[in-house]
Design a protein around this ligand. Structure first.
Ligand code: GLU
Length: 286
């Protein structure tokens, strides 16, 4: 089977070296050197977080990838063109009785939460027991019900091996948002299936999200890819790269006339600038 990977940046800031590393990993796992693996590498722009997304950044991102010597297959998919697909999946989950409307604010969730899950404070299920007004609501997945329906699930990470899917500790996550058409979990899972991705490559910081994505695949009868969660480039003190801590935007490095292909070669060889390091690979141990 042909390997198909993707790089799926969110245009809420410029790409930095961490993104360059992620894109190179995804590209090389599909294409290999000079196309030797014969696979396909796709690009998806995750531009549906309406409050933070800036469409104009997407063109700079594509120029950054080309500068690094990375080419991609087929058209770039923009999530903003996929809203019908997300809404349809949402309706399907509602019809299965797995979603419920919720109007709780972030502050209310924080105040009422009694457990911390992999993604922070767990929603205490306040609206699961009410019949909240569906108008203008966010829709949450009834996690216990959904997990019971799907039964035991496994997924495979190329580096960390076989994993038992454990989505329940996340609690009732939001799948359809008030201010955005779909949550990251729903949109990314639907698009990975629609784009025929066979190997989902992304940073180890998203390792645990895969438990939720695996459940959504089971609920929506979607194909199950393999995953490859790679280590993250970190500052010498172990923190994630961030522009405010001085990690330059690729477009600035590009604008300064540096050779992007040579930079990509150094990242491939594990030669990271200015004391940057690669963190451990598996999300729950970083
Ligand atoms: N859009 C996400 C990000 O920029 C990546 C999502 C994914 O690769 O699944 O962090």
């Amino acid at each position: 089977m042909t390997v198909r990977t993707r790089f799926a940046p969110s245009p809420n800031g410029h790409l930095h070296l961490g993104h360059a590393y992620a894109a190179i990993v995804a590209h090389d796992l599909a294409r290999g050197l000079a196309g030797s693996h014969g696979g396909e590498f796709l690009v998806r722009i995750e531009d549906i977080d309406g409050t933070r997304s800036r469409a104009e950044l997407a063109d700079d991102m594509l120029a950054d990838l080309a500068w690094l010597g990375l080419s991609w297959d087929g058209p770039v998919l923009r999530q903003s063109s996929r809203l019908t697909a997300y809404a349809e999946a949402g309706e399907r989950l509602k019809a299965m009785g797995l979603l419920y409307p919720c109007h709780c604010t972030r502050a209310e969730v924080l105040a009422a939460s009694r457990a911390v899950g992999p993604d922070g404070p767990v929603y205490p299920g306040t609206c699961r027991r009410r019949s909240a007004d569906p108008a203008g609501a966010a829709w949450r997945l009834d996690m216990a019900k959904a997990s019971a329906l799907a039964g035991p699930l496994v997924w495979e990470d190329a580096l960390a091996g076989l994993q038992q899917a454990e989505p329940v500790p996340f609690g009732d996550v939001v799948l359809l948002r008030k201010e955005a058409p779909a949550s990251y979990h729903l949109a990314a899972t639907i698009d990975d299936a629609a784009q025929g991705i066979t190997l989902v490559t992304r940073g180890a910081d998203l390792f645990l999200s895969t438990h939720i994505h695996r459940l959504l695949q089971a609920l929506l009868d979607m194909p199950v890819p393999r995953w490859h969660h790679h280590g993250l480039l970190t500052e010498p003190d172990g923190r994630k790269l961030a522009k405010r801590r001085g990690s330059p935007a690729l477009m600035d490095v590009r604008g300064a006339g540096e050779d992007g292909v040579a930079l990509a070669e150094r990242l491939r060889a594990g030669e990271f600038p200015a004391g940057l390091r690669l963190s451990q690979r598996v999300g729950n141990s970083t």
